[in-house]
Design a protein around this ligand. Structure first.
Ligand code: SAM
Length: 287
């Protein structure tokens, strides 16, 4: 998969994308990340890429010219290409990072991991000229309800969240199948050696060697965490009959046993209903 980042500050990307899992994935050729300096596509000797907003007001706005010319270089002749139902520019899916976008979540990351070429536009200052959004942008994403100085860190967040879902990127280090949000639940707690650290003991079940007990304990702790920290996620999660039983046990343990588990979460899916757990189909694949 290839990522192209359009930015006024390419130097911000040095380091974070070179280390650890992403660095290794790049070296192994599993992902390709190309950082483009929008100023390289300015036409004046000062390399001007932003300007004052029409109508007045504070701040600077990203000019359309340099961004359009950069996109022209990524996909020559795109304006004359036939428009399908997919992306605005054939061959790529262009995401603008903005606090006005839809919040990034794990399902979106999974969907974007199915795109061949993802282009991320990082705004700065006041943001971009609206014509960029109208003509070039396929999707707008936010990384949270707060305002940052620029879209560079959000672009890195998207790259990290998406790249780690590409087969081979994580290797054996982390399992994307069991972690938080994969099944609409938060992940269970982890422990490692020693079994007794300053009197703080690892739960006995994890030392039992009984795989079935460990599996059930983990599932129950996953539901417990979600119930305690993000109860709204349980409304969307596809819970099996066993999950409903575990939820009932948790509610009984907490003294809220009279509340029906079904009232706390949606209807039960049959145990092992993998189909129901799969994310929805992805966006139109960029051509
Ligand atoms: N004036 C804009 C508004 O009110 O929506 C905010 C501009 S912000 C200071 C500058 C740039 O940072 C944005 O163009 C966007 O690319 C990026 N940015 C800031 N906060 C963000 C967030 N929560 N998610 C994604 N991008 C963000």
């Amino acid at each position: 998969m290839r990522f192209d980042v359009l930015t006024l500050f390419p130097e911000m990307f040095r380091g974070p994308l070179d280390a650890s899992i992403l660095g290794r994935a790049r070296q192994a050729g599993l992902i390709d990340i190309v950082i483009h300096d929008i100023r390289d596509y300015a036409e004046d000797r000062h390399r001007t890429a932003d300007d004052y907003p029409y109508g007045g007001g504070a701040g600077m706005v990203l000019k359309p010219g340099p961004v359009f010319r950069l996109v022209d270089s990524l996909c020559p002749g795109w304006e004359k290409a036939p428009r399908g139902t997919g992306s605005k520019i054939p061959g790529l899916w262009l995401v603008y990072l903005t606090p006005q976008g839809r919040p990034l979540d794990q399902a979106t990351a999974r969907r974007l991991a199915g795109v061949d070429r993802l282009v991320l536009l990082a705004g700065h200052y006041e943001g971009t000229d609206e014509r960029i959004r109208e003509a070039l942008v396929d999707e707008e994403l936010s990384i949270g309800d707060y305002v940052l100085t620029g879209g560079e860190i959000p672009a890195m967040v998207v790259i990290d969240a998406v790249a780690r879902l590409i087969p081979g990127v994580l290797g054996q280090e982390v399992s994307p199948l069991e972690e938080s949000f994969t099944e609409g639940l938060l992940e269970y707690p982890h422990y490692t050696r020693p079994a007794d650290f300053r009197g703080l003991r690892v739960p006995e079940v994890l030392l039992s060697g009984n795989h079935e007990r460990v599996r059930r304990w983990r599932r129950k702790e996953s539901i417990r965490r979600t119930l305690e920290r993000r109860p709204e996620l349980l409304l969307q999660a596809r819970l099996t009959r066993e999950d409903h039983q575990l939820l009932r046990e948790l509610l009984e343990e907490s003294g809220a046993g009279s509340v029906s588990a079904e009232a706390q979460a949606g209807p039960a899916a049959p145990d092992g209903d993998e189909e129901g757990r799969k994310a929805g189909s992805g966006p139109d694949q960029a051509c």
